[in-house]
Ligand binder design. Structure first.
Ligand SMILES: C[S@@+](CC[C@H](N)C(=O)[O-])C[C@H]1O[C@@H](n2cnc3c(N)ncnc32)[C@H](O)[C@@H]1O
Length: 240
């Protein structure tokens, strides 16, 4: 391939596909033009838990949204439009997802987002404590086989990372249309003493939050007769 993108870069820790079909020119263009301007600088990713979001952006930021596995980025674009004064970090290792998101950016691309085309944990493990206001984990890969469950992005070890990076009273939102995964995510999250579930009952979790925008992935599940579950939690204030 005569283009400047290095697609041979080794992926750390992410299981599953990274590259899809051969790419069209428009996708290569955004990878070569927009990605270098808007990616989280990998030199900052030491996983030492001391990186501020302000350092990533180069200015003092206030409210921070972080989306893990944004797919083609429809939800990320939606919240960027809703909260133009906030900043956004999205991680998505799948190259076609990344290019779909970047293609929909304005020209010149908005200043208030950064993306990471790899494992979200590389960024989260680099961030200092209490960095993020909103954490979104929408339709994560279900990994249905029991021997693969440890790969689920919502698990005990990762929840302690999410609790660490969320600010006091920060919000974590998880969705899925896989019932068994919904039960798993809820059970795992409730076992983490840092989170309070923001619902009275499981039934409450069958309706979308106000102002919700369903992604194509979510709509496909609904068309196939599956029910979406929306699980919201508050990060309890740290004791001082
Ligand atoms: C089923 S798709 C859902 C996409 C999107 N969130 C939506 O709801 O339309 C799950 C996505 O998570 C991404 N993913 C899986 N593991 C990840 C990780 N460790 N860090 C970031 N993204 C990840 C996958 O590449 C995939 O695009």
């Amino acid at each position: 391939m005569a283009d400047t993108l290095d697609t041979d870069k080794k992926v750390k820790r992410v299981y599953g596909r990274r590259m899809g079909r051969p790419m069209h020119r428009a996708r290569l263009d955004v990878l070569n033009d927009i990605l270098p301007q808007r990616k989280v600088d990998e030199a900052l990713l030491s996983e030492q838990k001391n990186l501020s979001v302000s350092k990533i952006f180069g200015w003092d930021v206030s409210r921070v949204h972080f989306e893990i596995g944004f797919g083609s980025g429809e939800h990320l674009h939606y919240i960027m439009k809703q909260f133009p004064d906030d900043v956004f970090i999205g991680a998505e290792p799948y190259i076609n997802g990344m290019t779909s998101f970047l293609k929909e950016c304005s020209a010149p691309p908005e200043e208030n987002f950064r993306v990471h085309m790899d494992d979200a944990l590389m960024v989260l493990n680099s961030l200092e404590d209490a960095s993020v206001d909103f954490l979104y984990i929408l339709n994560p890969d279900p990994w249905p086989k029991s021997r693969h469950r440890k790969r689920r992005i919502v698990n005990e070890a990762n929840l302690s990372v999410y609790a660490r990076v969320l600010k006091d009273n920060g919000i974590m939102l998880q969705t899925t249309d896989v019932d068994e995964l919904a039960d798993w995510m809820l059970m795992q999250s409730l076992q983490c003493k840092d989170f309070e579930w923001l619902a009275e009952s499981f039934e409450d979790c069958k309706s979308a939050p106000n102002g919700w925008m369903a992604t194509r992935y979510e709509n496909k599940g609904k068309d196939a007769g599956r029910t979406q579950t929306y699980l919201s939690y508050r990060r309890l204030p740290r004791c001082i």
